[in-house]
Write a protein that binds this ligand. Structure first.
Ligand code: WTA
Length: 674
């Protein structure tokens, strides 16, 4: 973890009390009352979660037990014996609760005039049609359906149609390239892929179906591909008997045909979502129907204080867990209005988000620090021309937010008065774990505040981490189960167990520190992941792509601090003897990563070196490479190295690289570099 981040955080002493205005209507309005809820939830979690599950969801059949725990195998099953359906909870029950004609989904396309709005009734109709259509392709309960789609309403409709049938959706971020998509389809053995002709991104057309076709040659499980005509491309190749247009498929089903919801067991899988694992292959995180949905609804209601007439906007792509939980399942389970935006923050101009806030009078805005930093850089003039006074609550997620970005968000978007909920969580946790309550928590910029009720978070293993005296620093763990916790890792029991192997409880892979008020300060990943612009990437996966290139003998990938992206990718590469250390090779390696995983994984820097720092047993010491990538000249203790002389070489190589010289150019005297 970075000393710089620690130092920056510790120098941040300001704090902000929760707003008074609006507090009386808040779900959680009083700090002391909230403390009491937290205490009770930890004392009697089953009582707490049972009560929340009853309040928030409609159950076809009530549970026998709130929690059945198999401590030895770290298996936790929530609401056992209960039956429910996520699609029913997100749609059907709102049809009779007075929300039938309320906007469930407002969609803003990339083009300003492209707006679609679905009331709950309209969503119901579309979801039933698509459920019929999928069932006509023989999709049944338990089947896997991959969704490789842009941010369009059909994506949400497809997810809810799967949930209705009891099929398991596997969403694949549309920014992934060949390897990322193939790995996820193969791992999940999806029977159907739903995609679009293309995604629209910053004025460009990015073909999806054409990308998919070569990938599918290596995915024998896929029987059909359903294609949404989104960009209206007219040269899409469709394979007969396999590919079908979405509009043709649903056309066969009338607008008034109900599709009854499959009563799912609370512990049936609702979806699979892959995250970058530490093994180089994507890790399929499985989430349950009952526990996950309870947790999604519960955290959406309390962390964002969602009210019935709010317009709630989570900007995350649905391809990530944030889009699942806070773009769809949480808000729709609550009968809220969720806004979906297809485009990007700075296209055609950097005012896009603020124009959308004004246009739809958005009340709750949940976005990522990387977005805030990039917009902050472009100046306040873009925010000032819009009326942002509808906003009531701001949120952030995905990576640690630096205090400067927090202050900018607070001042320029929140008018110096809105609460910012900095929510810490992960794909595996299903929903927010550490977060302020907007109307009940004093905020400290850069801290995600305290664990939510029923979440027993702690920091362990202070010995191997850097910290300030009197404060706990170490690995962030969760000591007990919670309903949003993953059910397991698809087809990889060993990977699931590895989360529990070090401490006997769930280990997050993040470093953290707890201050004297019990506030958590997240310091970022301390495992083999890199968090680029809030997107988790696996170093092992990138290294595997680099070493697959014939010119490369060895590769080691580490994070480097980046002012916009938070972290960026720094690759150290040992070329083979006969391979030139050329710009061509650098470009080729970047291209290989872009082609396989996608542009977001493309290395920021590639440094050639003649060797890696290694232990006597031949293991690369990544800890030292991390320090060098971050700009350290003195990496400290190098006694355990088999080849200590290489360190000075690599430090010099980095300096040369930054100055645009060959890595192996001789050192200049007294050169000073960041
Ligand atoms: C990081 C995203 C600091 C963290 C929901 C975690 C954060 C990883 C925060 C999970 C936050 C997420 N402050 N760091 N508020 N939220 N992270 O699985 O490193 O895509 O482990 O889930 O993002 O990324 P994932």
């Amino acid at each position: 973890m970075s000393r710089e981040r620690l130092a920056a955080l510790l120098s941040e002493k300001r704090s902000y009390p929760p707003p008074v205005h609006g507090r009386t209507q808040a779900w959680i309005s009083d700090g002391e009352e909230y403390e009491a809820i937290c205490r009770r939830a930890l004392e009697d979690p089953e009582d707490f979660w049972g009560a929340r599950a009853s309040q928030l969801l409609h159950w076809f059949k009530r549970w026998n037990r709130v929690l059945v725990a198999d401590e030895a195998r770290h298996k936790y099953r929530w609401f056992t014996g209960a039956r429910l359906n996520a699609s029913f909870n997100c749609i059907d029950r709102h049809l009779i609760s007075g929300r039938r004609n309320k906007a469930a989904l407002i969609w803003q396309g990339e083009q300003e005039m492209d707006v679609r709005c679905h009331t709950y009734q309209m969503l119901y109709t579309e979801v039933c049609r698509v459920a019929h259509a999928l069932s006509s392709l023989r999709i049944r309960k338990g089947d896997h359906v991959a969704l490789y789609m842009p941010m369009i309403p059909e994506l949400i409709i497809a997810m809810l149609a799967c949930a209705r049938i009891g099929a398991i959706h596997v969403t694949i971020f549309s920014g992934y390239a060949e390897g990322g998509v193939r790995g996820r389809i193969q791992d999940s053995r999806a029977r159907i892929v739903i995609t679009a002709d293309a995604a629209l991104r910053a004025g460009k057309i990015k073909p999806l179906k054409a990308n998919l076709d070569p990938i599918l040659e290596k995915c024998p499980s896929v029987a059909h591909v359903v294609v949404v005509s989104h960009a209206r491309l007219n040269n899409v190749s469709m394979k007969s008997n396999r590919d079908v247009w979405w509009h043709d498929l649903i056309d066969d089903f009338t607008l008034n045909s109900d599709f009854p919801c499959e009563p799912m067991d609370a512990n049936d899988t609702l979806f699979l979502l892959h995250t970058s694992g530490s093994t180089g292959k994507p890790t399929g995180i499985m989430h349950s129907t009952g526990g996950y949905l309870t947790y999604a609804a519960h955290t959406t209601q309390w962390c964002f204080d969602v009210r019935d007439d709010d317009v709630y906007w989570c900007t995350a792509d649905v391809g990530w867990i944030t889009g699942h939980t806070y773009g769809i399942y949480g808000p729709l389970a609550l009968g809220a209005t969720t806004l979906m935006f297809e485009g990007v923050p700075a296209w055609p101009k950097p005012d896009r988000y603020w124009s959308i806030v004004e246009k739809f009078r958005v009340n709750i805005l949940y976005t990522a620090p990387t977005v805030i930093r990039s917009l902050m850089r472009l100046g306040e003039a873009w925010t000032e021309r819009y009326d942002l006074s509808s906003l009531r609550i701001l949120g952030t997620v995905g990576e640690p937010i630096n205090p400067e970005a927090w202050q900018w968000y607070h001042k320029h978007i929140g008018n110096g008065e809105l609460p910012i909920v900095d929510t810490w969580w992960q794909t595996e946790t299903g929903g927010a774990m550490i977060s302020p309550m907007p109307y009940a928590t004093k905020l400290k910029p850069g801290s995600a505040a305290r664990p939510l009720p029923g979440i027993d978070a702690a920091v362990m293993d202070a010995a191997d981490t850097d910290g300030e005296e009197g404060r706990e620093v170490g690995r962030l763990v969760i000591r007990g189960p919670w309903p949003g916790m993953m059910l397991g890792v698809f087809n990889d029991e060993e990977k699931y167990r590895s989360y529990f192997s070090r401490f006997g409880c769930y280990e997050s892979g993040d470093g953290a520190q707890v201050d004297e008020d019990g506030y958590f300060w997240i310091l970022g990943r301390i495992d083999d992941s890199i968090n680029v612009s809030g997107h988790r990437l696996s170093t092992v996966e990138i290294e595997a792509i680099l070493t697959a290139c014939p010119e490369v003998a060895e590769a080691a990938v580490v994070p480097m601090p980046h002012s916009l992206k938070g972290e960026a990718i720094y690759a150290f590469v040992v070329p083979r003897e006969d391979a030139p250390w050329s710009e061509d090779l650098r470009a080729k390696l970047r291209e290989a990563v872009r082609r396989d995983i996608g542009p977001l994984a493309s290395p920021e820097r590639i440094q050639f070196t003649r060797a890696m720092p290694k232990t006597s047993s031949g293991k690369i010491i990544r800890r030292l490479l991390r320090k060098i990538a971050a700009g350290a000249e003195d990496t400290g203790d190098a006694t355990s190295l088999a080849n200590p002389e290489i360190i000075a070489d690599i430090v010099r190589g980095r300096k040369n690289l930054i100055q645009g010289k060959a890595e192996d150019a001789p050192a200049e005297k007294d050169q000073k570099i960041d």
